[in-house]
Design a protein around this ligand. Structure first.
Ligand SMILES: Cc1cc2nc3c(=O)[nH]c(=O)nc-3n(C[C@H](O)[C@H](O)[C@H](O)COP(=O)(O)OP(=O)(O)OC[C@H]3O[C@@H](n4cnc5c(N)ncnc54)[C@H](O)[C@@H]3O)c2cc1C
Length: 308
């Protein structure tokens, strides 16, 4: 027997939890399905200092505990460890399949965020969990007083590099260009930090080691010269991609796989709205995910009320 809710939110990060708060306050019967635990990407973020209302900053985990508590205070139905594997349409209902259950809904909000991209070079898969990580907040403490490298030049790389500098003896930042994309305030802090060293115009081409990672082969992007960098750990921040194969052809995507929406976050399928990092947009942050969650919920509410 399928389990019916008027609205189903897929994904329990900032966008999904915000959508849940808005839908419950509007009197819509909503369920949120989350493939792991509530909180989304910020759960693995050491410190967030650009979310309004927290001038001292706040740990990503604590911020998301507050989001979750807020959604629960409005009695949002939540099912964790429920990964949506397939969505289809049957008349005016959507059918959602997880590995355990089948759900039905009048409308859905897709808020599934993105997943860390791999670099895709030899040795990467072999050393994941053996010195290669995509989450400094989760694994940084294993590298106390050791030498690590961060790969990437955006906000996440520099921010997480700074958090690693509190633990590790040395943090190399490896970037294929000669300047960073990260926000200026983060760059200034990183350049001042004596534990951080920038290796410009370098790209990793192979990870080497026996049981654990021991070194990275770097190629100079200008001269083509190869060098070996001895390290104890590597943290990869080279971007992220959505994973929305479960929607089949119900939505249109750009060439990188981000879902296309109109200005009200609707998709080509009536009743499917999209919020947060998973959609094509210019700025992927907690604040923009929250804004999307609110708008998608209000639009879905409107859609449901029209068909009640
Ligand atoms: C290292 C790092 C540092 C960052 N620092 C900051 C910062 O300082 N300030 C800031 O504002 N932003 C920061 N961000 C960005 C911020 O985390 C994201 O913009 C925000 O989390 C997006 O929210 P979301 O709800 O769209 O997606 P997410 O937070 O990614 O949540 C998506 C949720 O959907 C779930 N999900 C995925 N697929 C399925 C499925 N098939 N079924 C069920 N559930 C599914 C996931 O498990 C996840 O819980 C940072 C990101 C990273 C990676």
């Amino acid at each position: 027997m399928a389990i019916f809710h008027e609205a189903i939110i897929i994904g329990g990060g900032p966008a999904g939890l915000t959508a849940g708060i808005y839908l419950m306050r509007a009197g819509i019967d909503a369920l949120l399905l989350e493939k792991v635990i509530l909180g989304g990407a910020p759960v693995n973020t050491w410190h967030i200092e650009n979310y309004p209302g927290f001038p001292e900053g706040i740990s990503g985990r604590e911020l998301m505990e507050r989001f979750a508590a807020h959604a629960k205070a409005f009695n949002l139905n939540i099912k964790e460890f429920a990964r949506v594997e397939e969505v289809s349409q049957n008349g005016n209902k959507f059918i959602l399949k997880t590995d355990e259950d089948i759900y039905e809904a009048k409308g859905i909000i897709v808020a599934t965020g993105t997943e860390s991209s791999k670099i895709g070079i030899p040795g990467e898969d072999r050393f994941i969990g053996r010195g290669i990580s995509y989450c400094a907040t989760c694994d940084g403490m294993f590298f106390k007083n050791l030498e690590v490298a961060v790969i990437g030049g955006g906000d996440a790389a520099v921010e997480e590099g700074l958090s690693l500098a509190n633990i590790a003896k040395k943090v190399y930042v490896i970037h294929r260009r000669d300047n960073l994309r990260a926000q200026k305030i983060l760059q200034e802090r990183a350049f001042k930090n004596p534990k951080m060293e920038f290796l410009w115009n370098k790209r990793p081409i192979e990870f080497q080691g026996k049981d654990q990672i021991e070194s990275i082969v770097l190629e100079d992007t200008k001269t083509g010269e190869h060098t070996d960098l001895k390290i104890d750990g590597v943290f990869v921040y080279v971007g992220s991609r959505p994973d929305v194969g479960f929607l089949g052809n119900l939505v249109d995507k750009d060439e990188a796989g981000f879902i296309l929406t109109d200005e009200n976050l609707a998709t080509k399928t009536k009743g499917i709205f999209v919020a947060g990092d998973v959609r094509k947009k210019r700025l992927r942050q907690v604040s923009t995910a929250v804004g999307d969650g609110a708008l998608a919920a209000v639009e879905l509410e409107r859609f449901i009320l029209e068909t009640r």
